[in-house]
Design a protein around this ligand. Structure first.
Ligand code: HEC
Length: 110
C-alpha cells in the first residue's frame, strides 16, 4: 500500500512549495503596490520623488525624513495644513497606505 502514503506526501510537498511561492509573490506584490501608489505622485513631485526642474516650484520628496512626510500627509488629510491639492489627494489613501508611501519616498536617494 505504498501509494496510500506517497500520494498525500506528494500533495503535502506540492502544497508547501506552492505556499512558499505564494508568500514570495505576496511580498513582491505589496512592494509593487506601494510603488504604484507612489507613482501617482510623480506628475507633481517627480519620478520617485525626484524633482527635475529646480525652478519649477515642484517639491521633491526623495530622501526626506519619513516621519516628516507622514506628518505632512496626515496634516493635509486632517485639514491641519492648508493646501491647494494635497488635502484632496491624501483623502484617497488610508493612513497605512500613506505610511507605506512615505517610507517609499524616504528610501529614495535625493
Ligand atoms: C496635482 C499635483 C500633486 C500630486 C499628484 C501630488 N502632490 Fe503632493 N503637493 C502638491 C502641492 C501643490 C503641494 C503644496 C501643498 C498644496 O498646495 O497642496 C504638495 C505638497 C506635498 C508634501 C509636502 C512637502 C513639504 O516639503 O512639506 C508632501 C509630503 C506631498 N505633497 C506628498 C505627496 C504624495 C505622497 C503624493 C502622492 C500620493 C502627492 N504628494 C501627489 C502637488 C501634488
Amino acid at each position: 500500500m505504498r501509494t496510500r502514503w506517497t500520494t498525500p506526501r506528494l500533495a503535502a510537498a506540492l502544497l508547501a512549495g506552492g505556499l512558499t511561492a505564494g508568500v514570495a509573490s505576496a511580498q513582491d506584490a505589496s512592494a509593487l503596490q506601494v510603488r504604484s501608489w507612489a507613482a501617482t505622485c510623480a506628475n507633481c513631485h517627480g519620478t520617485d520623488g525626484k524633482s527635475v526642474a529646480l525652478d519649477s516650484g515642484l517639491l521633491g520628496l526623495a530622501g526626506l525624513d519619513k516621519a516628516y512626510i507622514v506628518d505632512q500627509l496626515n496634516a493635509f488629510r486632517d485639514g491641519k495644513r492648508p493646501a491647494t491639492v494635497m488635502h484632496q489627494l491624501t483623502k484617497g489613501y488610508t493612513p497605512q497606505q500613506l505610511d507605506a508611501i512615505a517610507g517609499y519616498f524616504a528610501a529614495q536617494k535625493k
